[in-house]
Design a protein around this ligand. Structure first.
Ligand SMILES: [Zn+2]
Ligand SMILES: [Zn+2]
Length: 153
């Protein structure tokens, strides 16, 4: 099952509508993904022709290897996608960062790359403290501040 989903970067200058989005996404634990995204990169493989992007002027593409590029929002820094640029590579897809999607309900992790590079820090401790949104805001946000969910311009 696949469907149309929307998403945007942290500042909202780059937005997208993706059609035929698969329910499964992948994680990559390679060193480049870790340093680029801050941890493992969770990517949703969208056929490039099924992707409508707005805010093109704010997208910074970097050719990070001979065969692939990574794109970020140049205003807020959000990682946007990983894409194989090798001309012969099929299918043509954009691996969109999972965190950009407005709604990920029903989506599940389907595969992992570079598992031998996975950091043990991703094994979540069983006795960890867990804070809800309200509990976290109570700890860090000024009382009268409105919560920034990333939906503001
Ligand atoms: Zn942005
Ligand atoms: Zn990677």
């Amino acid at each position: 099952m696949s469907q149309t989903r929307t998403g945007h970067c942290m500042c909202g200058r780059v937005r997208f509508v993706a059609r035929n989005v698969p329910q499964v996404f992948g994680a990559c634990h390679c060193d480049m993904c870790k340093r680029w995204s801050g941890n493992m990169f969770n990517g949703v493989s969208v056929v490039s022709g099924d992707l409508d992007l707005t805010g093109q002027d704010h997208i910074r593409r970097v050719q990070t290897s001979e065969w692939a590029e990574r794109a970020n929002c140049e205003s807020c820094g959000s990682p946007l996608w990983y894409r194989v640029t090798e001309p012969e590579f099929e299918p043509k897809t954009h691996n969109m960062a999972l965190g950009l999607f407005d709604d990920t309900s029903g989506m599940t992790l389907g595969h992992e790359f570079f598992v031998d590079r996975k950091t043990s820090a991703n094994d979540l401790p069983k006795d960890r403290k867990q804070f809800t949104e309200a509990e976290t805001l109570a700890l860090f946000a000024p009382e009268d501040a409105s919560h920034d969910q990333g939906d503001k311009q």
